[in-house]
Structure formats: C-alpha cells, structure tokens
Design a protein around this ligand. Sequence first.
Ligand code: ADP
Ligand code: MG
Length: 738
Amino acid sequence: MAERTTLDTNLRSVVAKAATALAKKDLVTVRDLLEFYPRTYLDPTRPTDFSTLAEGEYVVVLADVQHAVTRKMRQRRGSMLIASIEDGLGNELELTFFSAWGHENALVPGRRVLVSGTVSHYGGRRQLTHPEYEVLGAGAQAGSTFGEGPIPVYSQVPKMTSMKVAAAVDLVLHALAEVPDPIPVEVRARHGLPPLSNAFTMVHQPRSTEEQRKARWRMKFQEAFVLQAALAVMRHSSDAVPAVPRSAVAGGLAEQFRERLPFDLTEGQEQVLGEVTSDLGRSVPMHRLLQGEVGSGKTVVALLAMLTVIDAGGQAALLAPTEVLAVQHHRSISAMLGPLAEAGLLGGAADGTRVALLTGSQSAAERRANLLMAASGEAGIVVGTHALIQEHVQFAELGLVVVDEQHRFGVEQRDALRAKVDDASPHTLVMTATPIPRTVAMTVFGDMETSTLTEVPRGRQPITTHVVRGNQPSWVQRTWERVAEEVARGGQVYVVCPRIGQEDDPDLPDGADIGPGGAIAAQGASAAAPEEESRAELHGVLQVERALRELPATAGLRIGILHGRQATDEKDATMRAFAAGEIDVLVATTVIEVGVDVPNATQMVIIDADRFGISQLHQLRGRIGRGSKPGLCLLMSQEAESQSLERLEAVASTTDGFELARLDLAQRREGDVLGASQSGARSSLRLLRLTRDEDLIVAAHEDAWQVVGDDPDLADHPELRAELDRLDAERAAFLERG
Ligand code: ADP
Ligand code: MG
C-alpha cells in the first residue's frame, strides 16, 4: 500500500517518488513523460464494463459507489471498509480497505469514482484490495486533474497508479514553458494541426474526444514528418556531392558479357537495365531500389550495371548480408564472367577485369592480395559483406555500390561507403527480394526510385507448399519418405532447422519422430551460441542430422550439415559438394536463406517452421524449384496455436511475395521493420504504424521533402533542425551502446 501523504510530508519526497517510479519505466525527462501518451481514455459519463476484467489484471475503471460498510475487525484494532462499485450493467466489484480511515468520507454511495488496482477473487467475488481511487464530479478533491473530458488511462508504471501519472503530467504541463514545434507553421496550417504545446495538453487532458483525436493525429503526423525530413536532409546532403557519370561504352565489358549470356534478358530485365544505365549516365547519384522475387534475375541486371561502370573507368562494390552469400556471389559472378574476369591471367580477356572477394575468414595473405586489387583498381568488382567492405577496403575509383539486401529492410550501412569516395558520390543500387510496401519503401528508403522485376525468367518452376503437423506421427513419417523418394528420383533436399544445437543434445526420442518439442524440452536450456536466440527445445541441426542417419527412410542417404559455427572453408566445401550433387540431404540453419543457388535442389523441409517469419519462409523456399523440376516445400510445426498455423497456411496458400510481405509487415513491430538506426534509443515512432497510416505518411512525406527542398540546411526552420539533431544524437548514443 502506498504511504499516506499528509500536509507534513516533505514535498521533495512526493515529487521525487514519482520521478523515481517513472524512471523505472525509462521516463526520465519531461519529454519522455509527455510522450508517454495515454493508452486509452475513459468516458466520464459512462461506467466501465466489469464483465471482461480478468483476475490478476491491473485495471483502471470508472464506476459509481453503490454501498460502503465499515466493520470493526475482530483480530485487530481499528475498522475495515468494504465498498462496492457497480458498472451500470449489473456487475459488481468489491473494494476492500483494511483501514477505513480516510476512505469513509470519500467513498460515499452515489459518488462516481475512478479506481485502479489488481483484480483478485475472494469468496466468489471480484475485488480490488486497497485500490487507489479518485472521486470525480461532485465530491472531487480540489485540484483533481480530471475534468469533464475523456479520462486518460496510462500503461502501468510500477508503483504508480494511472491517476498518479496523470498528476505528474499535470504538474509538468503547468511548469512547462512554450515548446519549440518541429512542424513548420505553414505545414501546420495546411493540415489544421494544433501547435505542439497545445497538443500535449490536448492529448493528456482532452476536453473532448474530438480534441484528443486531433492531438493524437498531430503527434502521429509529427513522427512521420520528422522521419521524412531526416531522410530528405540525408538525401540532399549526399546529392550535393555529384556522382561521376558512367555512360555505357560501345564494345565494352557490358556488351561482351551480354554476348556471352546463354539466354536473352527478359523484357522486364531490359527495361530495368535501361532505367539503371540512364541513371548511371547522370551526375546526380543514382538511388535505385531494385525489387524482384528470388530468381527474377536481379543479379544479372546488377552485374551488367557494374560492368557498365567498369567500362567507364569506375569500380563497383557488391555488399552481401552474409559471408555465405558473398562467397556465392563471388563464385557465380566469376563463373558468369569467365575470361572477362581474368584480366592479366593466361587466357583472360585483354580488356577484362578482376573480381575481388573479402571475407572475415580469409588468410592474411589472401586478404592482402584482395585489398590490393581493390586499392589499385585492378579489381573492377569487390564482393564482401557490408561490414568488411566498409571498414577495410580502399578503392581506386568507386563508382557504384550494389547492396544485396534480399529480405532485410535495414538502411543502416548504406551511407557509410560514401566516405570512400573523396570528391564524388557513388551511384547506389539496392536489391531486395521482398517486395516492399509503399509506406515502408518511403520510410526506409526515403525517395529511392524503384524498379520492379515482375516476371520470372522462363524455366522457373512452381513451388508447392504444405503444412505438416509435427504432432501427427504418420505425417512426419510420410515427410521423410517423401524426402527419400525425391532423392531416389535424383533430386536433392534441404532440411532447415531453427538452431544449430549442441553435440550432446539428446537424441530425438524415436527416429520416426522428428518429434514433439516437449520431448526435447526435457533437457532444459542448453548453452546456446550467440547466433541462436531460439528456444533450446527447438530442433537443432546436429540432432536432426543424427536422427535422419538412423531413420529407416533416410538412413542410406548422403547427409551433410551447414551452419554458422562451421569454419568458412568447411561451409564452402559443403556447399560445393551439395552443388555438385555429392550430398543428397543438406541439414542447415538459415545460412542457406539467401542467394544459394542449386538448381537440382527440389525439396525443402522446414522444421519448427512456426519459428520463422513469413518473409523468411518465403525466402527460404525460394532455394528450390530453381532448375527444371518443380519444388515441394514442407513446413513442419509442433505448434497447435491457431495464429502460428494460420501464418504457415498463408505461406502455403500463395507464392505472391507482395501479399506475403504485407502480411509479414502487419505482424511486425515498427522497430523491427526499420532496424536499429531508425528506431533509435526507444523508437521515435510511438503512434505511427507503417501498415495502417499510409495516407498520413504520404502527406508527411510530401510536406517534409518540400520543406527540405526549399531550405536544405533548414536555416529557416531551426526547430526542425534542432529536432533532427536531437534524434541523431539519440541514435548515435543508442548505436554506441549497441
Ligand atoms: P535474383 O538475383 O533475382 O534472385 P538471379 O539473377 O540470381 O536472380 O537469377 C536466377 C537464375 O536465373 C540464375 O541462374 C540466372 O542465371 C537465371 N536467369 C537470369 N535471367 C535470366 C533470363 N533472362 N533467362 C533465363 N535465365 C535467367
Ligand atoms: Mg540473387
């Protein structure tokens, strides 16, 4: 029970206590508190429906006191008070106080009270023991923060009731001087937005629902506007440094490469390539997003762009999200280029180039050689992971950065490479396999131009997907039989697990049962490697590999494993062996998620599929059906919860990447979508939802880009400038802390 505050209580202890409690919820500054928007509002004229209140739930309710009785206690001195409140629908809630003192005069029948506490059950009745309350309307204490308007309800702050939070907010609102408004007055006027100071009052102490909605819309708009302004400023500053135009050169490597291609580009590829080469020929740096399903032929287009840049005297960097993918890109690009990538080597084309590769696990000598090729300009293309290239590579003449994001939305590292080019901006091409909804593209990528490859080159095979209920032994058994049949027909199979696991993980209970998670759960938490955040009871690669070796159906197959704890050359050797058909079944973690290209792989079993996101599943299954035979993907799950299964059924029911991306986004938090650098210390997006607020984001985008376009340094918008600086500092501090 909270200690009673009397007239003699030290003022500091009252205020400091609130500040201490709020700090536990990370509410430290006045801004933090004012941006701690009410979770909901109660209508002061209407009691709260009690019928849905659950035991153990912290509730804030509004109701009328029905009766109150004071009783002498038998065991102790003093008296207790039991009051009952009613919601107008016939539901009662009992309020119990073990000391009646001070409550008798307040909890008078007929009065309307705002009460908060945790629901318990006692003697078949729902009750709140020692709830905090405030009398409203007639009988209200002087200085009540609640008026006639909607009553704010705040998310729970430990040791503080919603009323106390409201009181703290009230104190702050009164003390606060005029606050600078990051939204310029002309933009506010256009949308009829209240000034920020007013909006804070309107959102915390609304006089009407209308007022509350208006304030909330303004706050949301501000989030979108500030984010867009930040993107616009970034873009303006990078555009201020022109790029070197890289026009196509007749008879150059790009042309020679096209002649070498065993296929014609699709119409879509031709069109996108046209867009890209026209961008490259200009002195405004290209910022282009290339979207297209896995296998739609983005890499070929990107390679042609890289060669165009090389022909014009520049170099290209290809940034991959993982080392496996970087190695794979290096290999496939080298293979596609053939003699064109063997300049200076016997049999290489005289005017050819070289492709350098940088990975974390290269030997020092290997690395030095590759770094030298990049620095000297001998390598026209440098492939590596984002981090590696950014931190270590010097280029002779970097003209184009290709970022292979696949399904990541991260915007983080893209700009760091600009520093590699002294007096010019490189052109940038970002490839993504996950179609990105418009609002996300706008928010994450600023105003990148977008090219989309919609058609998949002929020869791509359809993929059929089924959900396999892991708790049905016959289905599970059938799955492994299907795997064996596939291999017998000359196909190859991926088996994807959510974690690597440990050598000493217990065997699966019964081979046929790649089995209920519960059986494995018995082992308790094994020391998970940092890369494995998944629960310990999930199936691990090592375990599943062992089980498959023992299972009658799969025992005779050649089984390999691939995961992140292996050394790079081990991974590499395994991928080569799989590509060469020397491994039938590859049990792997999601390291195979992106870019891996083995046309003969026709089947995939994803174990504990409910542990993966929608886009990730879509991405994973894109590894099959890449050759001449159709693909089969089996999503295995022990999960009985309908929501997880629905997600899997959704993935099974469509291969429309756009539809799946939308579904996926709807299930994510904005912070996940935007990545660490965008979400900041605590996300600066409190109210904005990328999936729901499309119109608002579009409007904020237009306004913000216009403001920044007219005043790139924000010299005439010091308040906006200050807000962006503040967010930058917050973000920097956040990234610093990791
Ligand atoms: P993405 O990068 O979009 O996943 P890729 O560029 O890797 O796709 O292409 C996938 C496969 O399709 C590769 O084996 C590639 O050689 C092939 N391919 C690309 N374009 C065409 C085309 N126009 N016709 C036939 N095959 C193509
Ligand atoms: Mg690719």
